[in-house]
Ligand binder design. Structure first.
Ligand SMILES: [Zn+2]
Length: 376
């Protein structure tokens, strides 16, 4: 029989052990604790259209469809029509993070039919922005070389080449930052961001609006603090004012996380003289809040007190495309695609009900950035 006191001592030993274990887990790289990234809490200002609501709801999607064939393009155009229909029916706009490399056939393809269809797809995006959607920039690596040459033919950048070595092992998926900075240097990193931004502004906004934000492909903004600071300098040097997608921990590991909890996913970033805003996805099971997966939006919206929560959901419209964009994946069946559409529509219904109940205030990232700037 164990005496109660011995039991208590064992409990203390166990607690110490757990805490030590806990500490070693806390060594996970956490960009939200870097000294140049400070949390920003949005006020629920009186007399604003959102004053009565609990949270901003920013529905984003990474637009990186398959564009290999005419049928790929016909399919994604059909998906855009569906997505746009949901927005107008439920009054919830999309913020599209457009991978500009997916627009390349519109400018470069020798196949006239493919070229025309890709131009039509860009036309769809442009129309959706007129109807209230937002388009921002996304890339998984540098801009496609021919596309960059095509866009930069009128203007040359003069930026120093960097000869950096990536940390080994690299904690992130080797995607945007690794492929552009470590493979090709700072000049290429800024070149891709600058010309990608200009290309999108020209073809989606007719040059009348600026692209303000970037989302790094693979959530790869570099391995460590130094990389991430350089990454924000590159965004600023490219004329961008916001990032959407910091990731914590080791890619593929248990501590891997995209974004952060409500109340912690918005931040001010100081990169030298410049100030940028981080509006990260809302972390959730499986990585982040994904409209195709069950999430308690009401609970998330009410999880912070005395401030407006910001819920950033992340989807990929390419998930509704018959040809999946990731190589090696078999095309999905019609039944699977129908089910995926129904799940997405269900989330729109839920969000619209919460908007009617004055819980969620649906908004684009662009509109939210205007509110954030105004509150500074
Ligand atoms: Zn992506």
């Amino acid at each position: 029989m164990m005496r109660p006191l011995a039991g208590f001592s064992l409990f203390l030993i166990a607690l110490t052990f757990l805490q030590t274990g806990g500490c070693s887990k806390q060594t996970a790289e956490n960009p939200f604790r870097y000294p140049f990234i400070r949390p920003l809490h949005l006020k629920r200002e009186a007399g604003k259209p959102y004053s009565e609501y609990r949270a901003f709801y920013v529905l984003t999607e990474d637009f990186e469809p398959a564009v290999e064939s005419v049928s790929d393009l016909d399919y994604i155009r059909e998906v855009l029509k569906f997505a746009s229909g949901l927005s107008s029916q439920y009054n919830i706009p999309w913020t599209h993070f457009v991978d500009v490399n997916a627009l390349a056939p519109a400018f470069l393809s020798d196949d006239q039919q493919l070229k025309q269809r890709c131009q039509a797809m860009i036309g769809d995006l442009a129309r959706m922005t007129v109807e209230g959607d937002d388009c921002e920039l996304h890339l998984h690596g540098p801009m496609n070389r021919e596309l960059l040459d095509y866009v930069s033919s009128e203007e040359k950048l003069h930026i120093k080449q960097s000869g950096a070595e990536a940390a080994k092992p690299y904690r992130q998926r080797k995607s945007f930052f690794f492929q552009s900075f470590y493979r090709q240097g700072y000049r290429q990193l800024v070149g891709s961001l600058t010309y990608g931004k200009r290309l999108l502004e020209g073809c989606v906004y007719e040059g009348k609006k600026q692209v303000l934000a970037f989302r790094p492909g693979g959530w790869d903004h570099g391995d460590n603090e130094q990389d991430t600071l350089l990454y924000f300098h590159a965004l600023s040097d490219s004329g961008l004012m916001s990032n959407s997608g910091l990731s914590t921990g080791q890619f593929g590991g248990e501590n891997w996380r995209v974004g952060n909890d409500p109340g912690k996913n918005v931040a001010i970033v100081s990169a030298g003289e410049d100030r940028l805003f981080e509006v990260s996805p809302t972390a959730g099971p499986g990585g982040y809040v994904n409209p195709a997966m069950p999430h308690d939006l009401n609970k998330l919206a009410n999880s912070v007190k005395d401030e407006m929560a910001v819920i950033v959901a992340v989807y990929h419209l390419g998930a509704l495309q018959k040809t999946k964009s990731e190589a090696g994946n078999a095309p999905r069946s019609d039944a699977e695609l129908r089910a995926e559409r129904e799940t997405l529509e269900q989330q729109f219904k839920t969000a619209a009900d919460l908007a009617a109940a004055k819980v969620l205030y649906p908004i684009t990232l662009r509109e939210l950035l205007a509110i954030i700037s105004e509150q500074q």
